[in-house]
Design a protein around this ligand. Structure first.
Ligand SMILES: [Zn+2]
Length: 230
C-alpha cells in the first residue's frame, strides 16, 4: 500500500473521529467582516470591491480594504508601544488553553475576577465573557454600561501569568490613554477584542485559537477565533 493511500485512510479516520465524537464541539467566535460594519471611531471603513468578475474575466478577485483593528482582532505590542509586531510572534502564541470568566458590563474590578471562583492555574489564556456584543452592535466608547477593566484588575491578570486575554466587546479600556492596553502589552500579554458568540461556550476551560493574517509591519490583525470544547 503506498503511503499516499495510507495517509488518506488515516485522514478519513481522523475526520470521522471528529465528526462522530459527540464530545467535541467547535465554536466560531468571530465577527463577519462586511461593508458598512461598525469601526472604532476614527478608523477607516471597510470596502470590498470585486475587481475581476466571473462574467468579465472568468474568475473573481476582490480588493479588500480593512484596518488592522477591524471586527475580531488580535493586538501585539506595536499597536501601542515600541516592541513586537504581529510577525514577530510565533504561531504557537495564538493557540492555548483558555479559562472563561463571566464579567459585568461596567467597570470590572480585581474582586469581580477573583470572585468568579475557578482557578486560572494551568491556563495561559483568559476569556472575559460580558455578552456585550450579543445585544449591542454600535461602537460607543462613551457607553458607561460596557465592560472596562480597571488597572488593578489588569495587574492581577498579569500576576496570574496570563499571556493572552480576549473579550466580547469592541474594547475594554479607557480612551484617550488606554492604560490597560499599555500595561498588558508592556508585559507581553496579547489582546483579542471584538469576539462574539461567547455565550455558546458551555465549558469554563476551552482550547482557544485566535489566528491572525501574517501581515508585515502591523501591530494587529483581524483574526479567525474559535474554540474547541472536549
Ligand atoms: Zn485594543
Amino acid at each position: 500500500m503506498d503511503t499516499c493511500f495510507l495517509s488518506l485512510i488515516v485522514l478519513s479516520y481522523i475526520q470521522k473521529q471528529v465528526l462522530l465524537d459527540g464530545t467535541m464541539r467547535i465554536i466560531d467566535l468571530t465577527q463577519k467582516i462586511y461593508e458598512g460594519m461598525n469601526v472604532y471611531p476614527g478608523d477607516p471603513e471597510v470596502k470590498i470591491t470585486e475587481e475581476c468578475t466571473l462574467a468579465k474575466d472568468g474568475y473573481t478577485v476582490f480588493k479588500i480594504q480593512i484596518n488592522d483593528q477591524i471586527g475580531t482582532h488580535i493586538e501585539t505590542q506595536y499597536h501601542m508601544l515600541q516592541g513586537k509586531r504581529l510577525v514577530d510572534e510565533h504561531i504557537s502564541r495564538f493557540i492555548g488553553i483558555a479559562h472563561v470568566i463571566d464579567v459585568p458590563c461596567r467597570k470590572i474590578t480585581k474582586d469581580d475576577l477573583q470572585q468568579s471562583g475557578d482557578s486560572l492555574k494551568s491556563c495561559e489564556f483568559l476569556l472575559l465573557r460580558s455578552r456585550y456584543s450579543q445585544t449591542r452592535k454600535n461602537i460607543n466608547v462613551n457607553d458607561i454600561n460596557r465592560p472596562v477593566l480597571g488597572i488593578e484588575a489588569i495587574k492581577w491578570i498579569v500576576e496570574q501569568g496570563i499571556r493572552l486575554i480576549g473579550i466580547d466587546c469592541f474594547d475594554f479600556d479607557e480612551p484617550p490613554h488606554y492604560p490597560g492596553h499599555k500595561y498588558l502589552l508592556k508585559h507581553n500579554v496579547l489582546i483579542v477584542e471584538g469576539l462574539t458568540n461567547l455565550g455558546s461556550l458551555v465549558k469554563k476551560r476551552i482550547k482557544l485559537f485566535v489566528i491572525p493574517l501574517k501581515i508585515e509591519r502591523t501591530g494587529a490583525s483581524p483574526c479567525r477565533a474559535f474554540a474547541i470544547e472536549e
